[in-house]
Design a protein around this ligand. Structure first.
Ligand SMILES: N[C@@H](CCC(=O)N[C@@H](CS)C(=O)NCC(=O)O)C(=O)O
Length: 174
């Protein structure tokens, strides 16, 4: 059995959160290795043994690779788990007025739009009040079983980054 993807990042949203979302949407279980302190980062084996191509995280161990660059990681996961349109034309996001954003099937575009909607709602809860179609869309995507599970308390989804966590993150990396 293939081993679970292993995510290396700090325990906050940052550049890893969309990757967590996409894996969760694909129904893939994963493990996380958190960088907690400056010492972890400065002395971390990963930085010394060449595991980080550009000396940066996010890094995801998947299929025998140590992938970096969040967009490359997202592209890989989306292609592997078929969370994209069926061809290049579909991926170009034609407006077809149906249930999903791309080719009328669930894709990474839906996952990322829902992630953004929920983040904006954290700052402005009534942001969708004048957009009934988007509200219905949000309900529809939130009810997809893998997404529903990720939205439950206790999932690997990270809470909004607060001032304290931001300061800690700066201390670790800089
Ligand atoms: N272009 C990279 C940027 C990665 C990045 O900026 N990572 C930060 C943490 S969010 C980092 O590792 N900073 C430490 C450093 O650059 O030394 C990506 O999209 O993955």
């Amino acid at each position: 059995m293939a081993s679970k993807p292993r995510l290396h990042y700090f325990s906050g949203r940052g550049r890893m959160e969309s990757i967590r979302w996409l894996l969760a949407a694909a129904g893939v279980e994963y493990e996380e290795e958190f960088i907690k302190e400056k010492e972890d980062w400065g002395c971390e084996k990963l930085r010394k043994d060449g595991s980080l191509l550009f000396q940066q995280v996010p890094m995801v161990e998947i299929d025998g690779m140590k992938m970096v660059q969040c967009r490359a990681i997202l592209n890989y996961i989306a292609a592997k788990y078929k969370l994209c349109g069926k061809d290049l034309k579909e991926n170009a996001l034609k407006d077809h007025g149906q249930d999903y954003l791309v080719g009328n099937r669930f894709s990474r575009a839906d996952v990322q739009l829902l992630e953004v909607i929920l983040m904006v709602e954290e700052l402005k809860p009534d942001v969708l009040s004048k957009f009934p179609l988007l509200k219905t869309y949000k309900g529809r995507i939130s009810n997809i079983p893998t997404i529903k599970k990720f939205l439950q308390p206790g999932s690997a989804r990270k809470p909004p980054t607060d001032e304290k966590e931001y300061a800690e993150c700066i201390k670790i990396f800089y």
